[in-house]
Ligand binder design. Structure first.
Ligand SMILES: [Zn+2]
Length: 1008
């Protein structure tokens, strides 16, 4: 009895031993497997995503700088400061004359108090924010004077990744009122008890409620504070001290803009409310203090795009208003010949266009605030006072008339220079101690006993003591500029090394995966290189790299980045004989130079295709051009098939050219869309017509499509069901859109019908899955199944794009079959490296690289066709409200993502069909694409921007992450496609009547 388990165990042990014995002796010469290659690729790409942060986004915050403030000889111009931030307020919405043309009876001047203040007793301009245009980085720039690094996004913008200093922290007392998302970050890092906060509950930020209540709440708390002081002597004493800051955060406009978009009546009303709040705040302050020692700053953390979003670098998001007035701020100045205005500010109208507009960078506001109340500057500040950026144009400050005023401004600039220089000094010291062969920034080089910038500072002090205030400002401005360049130099000091490593990594991966795919599918018999050369090369590389990393004291992540290229290139060395085989195959029958030229031409074509696809991420028109190439050039070059000799061939190519032209037109449509009921109804009608046509075709002649009559009934039933559901979805969409546009809420029956159609229809193709094995049946039912979902979730013409895209993919399959060179009889697999499952599959050809490029092209088209990702802010919520009338972020996100996934589902099914049709091994197209995908990833890595204005950080970063994950994404597409089409039989060997044409085509070619 007990023998059995023992025997089994022994057998298992023997088996294990055997398999161990079979394990290849040579470390690098394991037979390649697709699964292992995939897992390796997945790990590698995930591990390399953080490299972009290490390379471009390291925190600018360092510690250990001494504090600086105005010298005691220069009294602070104000005793207290009121900072009012209107969250999400666009500059043009505030400043323009008649900024709400679409709102009936809207006033020409929306914010009379602020406008009057700017025109009669203040300074104004645009505060330019950086990306990401989100609330947290905006407030950090305003109040801490620094641009928080993007890696803070990893903590969800809530916790401080590092503690930083702020103007609130440098006050004697700060009183802040507003949102729980913003206030805590300045209170948590500050000296205990210095920053007091009044916050409403998070639940009150309800998108469906009137957000202006949040702003009124802030005003009421401020009113209470001042009222309490009349009864509380201690509080009164604190309030009447100097260096006091009030921070009023008005969130209403952000919420209103998200809900109603910034051209709405609601946004306008909210601006009017904010204007009146500012007025009341000043009245309260004046009544309480009865002095003229208060400075006011009114601004926004970011703007708002036309569709009610923010985050990216569109000027609508980065241009915020800035108005300052009160103690220490200059009054309006006449603008000589309109020199400070441009096309953006001309709509502001008189009197603003006749006065000096002075723009600032967002972090400059922190410097301005610190000077106004004479507090210590935030030590991490990189803001520059407008008076120190240039001494030609008027700044924002007013230190009084004559020499006293000149002296004040000069002193402020010297302080500004010291603050920025201190940061360079600290970073320089850190870098010097941790870097081999460190080269300091040349313009701040210092002698052995000096600190960087000592010489410049001494010169500035001499000018200041001599009373040459103008030259002091000029010299300070120069030192600030130099120090900022020095900071930038140190910030990017390690980029070169990392870039080299990352480049070697991606290239190594491409080379290795290409050679392994060749070995898997084309040259299973190719030899491997002996171990000596690869081992030697590896050892040399490891010693060199490790030495460098040790000397640089690089973080551990660098070791991970460096390990990847060593491993990949080692494998490439082992597989070099595969390359030799490939060369032999390609150059067979050709003389040397011709062969080289042919290979080079192919490489150039691949490189150009990849480069164009990369360009397509920022310019959607490139995709239209791509359709031109695919639509026209491809059939012209595929001459070996002789497609023009048959009627069907000519018809198919004509259809192909037509559909590609239509797709190209989609790429030319604008990205920003507005809800268009007419287009939606046309889309619904088109879907229904297709359903009816398919139904009629199948019903009249069930044998046309299928061999067996009775087989067709399930298919006919499903198509009928799906067509009815499309009709229901169209009706539900009509009801929902008309009611929502009239602001009458979502009708319950529209919501119910919409959900029913979406869910039932999405499930419908799987009814058929077990009973119908024809690829065309499956493709048809998948297409019809997702029509209701796409219709309900579309805002405009995306639904028609879905139709065109699906048709394009279907024709692509037919075209590939038509244009394929004569079918090769595959050699029976004799090598262990080729799996038994690949029986009857043809080997890969050079032309398959083209198919792989098409594959990548269509993957990207699914993304860009509807303009989903062309801009990060393009996430439209309107369609979702047709199903979910109240704000449920998770459910809404799921629905939006579902819509993004739908075209991929169709793509996956078509790809699997194509694989079968061309007798390609499963996943082979994907594996060929592996090695070219990283051409895109690498290009995106170099495209990443860590500062800038227009097309910048957010987009470039997301593009890099998207292309990094493309490999995983594509693998998913292949798996899903195989699953969706599992059990289908090959058309060309299945039914005879209609589908035989495809097969006969191949024979046509052969007969000629
Ligand atoms: Zn905000």
């Amino acid at each position: 009895m007990s023998l059995r388990p023992t025997a089994a165990r022994a057998a298992a042990a023997a088996e294990a031993a055997a398999s161990q014995a079979q394990a290849p002796a040579a470390k690098g010469a394991q037979p390649p497997s697709a699964l292992r290659l995939l897992l390796m690729g997945l790990l590698f790409h995930l591990a390399y995503i953080p490299s972009v942060f290490d390379c471009y986004f390291t925190s600018p915050v360092v510690h250990g700088m001494p504090h600086h403030s105005l010298p005691s000889s220069v009294p602070a111009p104000a005793d207290r400061l009121v900072l009012i931030v209107a969250d999400g307020l666009r500059a043009d919405s505030l400043f323009n004359l008649s900024p709400f043309p679409s709102v009936p009876d809207s006033p020409a001047i929306v914010a009379p108090y602020l406008r009057q203040t700017a025109a009669s007793r203040g300074a104004f301009g645009v505060s330019h924010t950086r990306v990401p245009t989100e609330s947290r980085p905006g407030h950090v720039a305003l109040i801490a004077g620094m641009y928080e690094d993007v890696s803070a996004v990893t903590t969800g913008w809530t916790a401080n990744p590092v503690t930083f200093d702020s103007v609130l922290n440098q006050s004697t007392a700060a009183f802040s009122f507003g949102s729980p998302d913003i206030l805590p970050m300045f209170a948590s890092g500050a000296v205990e008890g210095r920053v007091r906060t009044w916050m409403y509950d998070e639940e009150e930020e309800d998108f469906t409620r009137d957000a202006t209540e949040l702003d009124v709440w802030v005003l009421e708390r401020f009113r209470e504070l001042l009222a309490n002081a009349t009864r509380d002597a201690a509080l009164d004493g604190v309030l009447r001290g100097d260096k006091v800051v009030f921070f009023l955060h008005l969130l209403g406009l952000d919420t209103t803009g998200h809900s109603y978009r910034p051209h709405s009546k609601e946004y306008m009303r909210n601006i009017q409310l904010v204007d009146s709040i500012v007025h009341q705040v000043e009245q309260l302050v004046t009544a309480f203090y009865a002095d003229a020692r208060t400075a006011y700053i009114f601004t926004a953390d970011h703007g708002m795009s036309n569709i009610g979003n923010h985050g990216d670098g569109h000027p609508d998001n980065t241009r915020t208003p800035l108005i300052a007035w009160g103690a220490g701020v200059r009054g309006p100045l006449p603008d000589g010949e309109g020199a400070t205005h441009d096309a953006f500010s001309l709509p502001w109208g008189e009197p603003l266009t006749g006065l000096v507009r002075r723009d600032v960078e967002q972090a400059d506001v922190a410097a301005l605030m610190a000077v106004l109340i004479g507090a210590d500057w935030p030590v991490n500040g990189v803001g520059v006072l407008p008076e120190c950026r240039d001494s030609v144009h008027p700044g924002w400050l007013d230190f009084g008339p004559g020499e006293q005023g000149e002296k004040g401004m000069a002193a402020a600039c010297v302080t500004n220079a010291r603050v920025v220089l201190e940061q360079y000094r600290v970073k320089h010291e850190l870098k010097k101690n941790h870097t081999a062969l460190y080269t300091p920034f040349a313009d701040l080089a210092a002698g052995p006993d000096e600190l960087p910038g000592d010489g410049q500072l001494a010169a500035i002090d001499a000018l200041y003591s001599a009373g040459d205030y103008h030259s002091t400002r000029r010299a300070s401005a120069a030192l600030i500029a130099t120090s900022l360049r020095g900071l930038r130099y140190l910030q990017t000091y390690d980029q070169l090394l990392l870039r080299i490593v990352v480049t070697l990594g991606y290239l190594g991966w491409s080379a290795m995966s290409a050679l392994q795919v060749l070995r898997m599918f084309v040259f299973p018999h190719a030899a491997t290189l002996g171990e000596t050369a690869p081992d030697l090369a590896t050892e040399v590389a490891v010693i060199l790299l490790a030495g460098l990393l040790v000397i640089q004291q690089s973080p551990w992540t660098y070791w991970v980045y460096a390990a990847a290229p060593v491993f990949f290139w080692r494998n490439v060395l082992f597989d070099l004989p595969v390359l030799a085989e490939a060369w032999k195959r390609l150059s067979a029958g050709q003389r040397g130079p011709m062969a080289v030229a042919g290979v080079l031409l192919r490489l150039v074509c691949v490189a150009v295709a990849i480069e164009r696809m990369v360009a397509g991420y920022t310019n959607r028109h490139v995709w239209s051009l791509g359709f031109g190439v695919i639509g026209c050039l491809w059939p012209l070059t595929a001459t070996s098939s002789g497609w023009w000799k048959s009627v069907r061939g000519r018809g198919l190519v004509a259809a192909w050219v037509g559909i590609c032209g239509l797709d190209a037109a989609f790429g030319m449509l604008p990205v920003e869309k507005h809800e268009d009921l007419t287009v939606l109804m046309i889309t619904g009608g088109a879907y229904v017509l297709i359903g009816l046509a398919a139904f009629a075709y199948l019903y009249n002649d069930p044998q046309a499509w299928v061999g067996n009559y009775s087989d067709s009934y399930p298919l006919i039933a499903v198509v009928a069901l799906q067509t009815s559901l499309i009709g229901i979805a169209t009706y539900a969409t009509y009801g929902a859109v008309t009611s929502l546009q009239a602001r009458e809420g979502l009708p319950a029956h529209s919501q119910m019908l919409g959900w029913t159609a979406l869910l039932l229809s999405s499930a419908s193709p799987f009814i058929l899955a077990t009973s119908d094995h024809r690829p065309n049946s499956r493709l048809l039912t998948y297409f019809l199944a997702f029509c209701p979902a796409f219709l309900i979730l579309s805002i405009s013409w995306e639904g028609l794009f879905y139709l065109a895209y699906s048709l394009t993919l279907y024709l692509w399959i037919e075209m590939e079959a038509l244009l394929a060179p004569k079918v090769e009889v595959p050699a029976p697999p004799t090598d262990a490296g080729v799996k038994a499952g690949t029986d009857g599959m043809r080997v890969l050809r050079a032309d398959d690289i083209r198919i792989a490029l098409f594959f990548l092209f269509f993957v990207n088209i699914a993304f860009f066709g509807t303009g989903n990702v062309a801009s990060l802010s393009n996430f439209y919520l309107e369609p979702v409200y047709r199903l979910v009338p109240v704000f449920k972020p998770f459910l809404m996100a799921v629905l939006l993502l579902y819509k993004v996934f739908l075209p991929y589902t169709i793509f996956a099914a078509c790809l699997a069909t194509l694989n079968k049709r061309l007798h390609l091994p499963p996943f082979s197209i994907y594996l060929v694409a592996l090695s070219v995908t990283d051409g895109m990833t690498l290009a995106m890595f170099y495209n990443v921007r860590d500062e800038g204005s227009w097309l910048e950080i957010g987009q470039t970063l997301s593009h890099f992450v998207i292309t990094s994950l493309l490999l995983v994404w594509n693998a998913g597409i292949c798996v899903v496609g195989e699953w969706l089409m599992s059990g289908t039989t090959d058309l060309t060997t299945g039914s005879r009547k209609k589908t035989a044409v495809a097969a006969s085509n191949g024979q046509d070619a052969k007969l000629d």
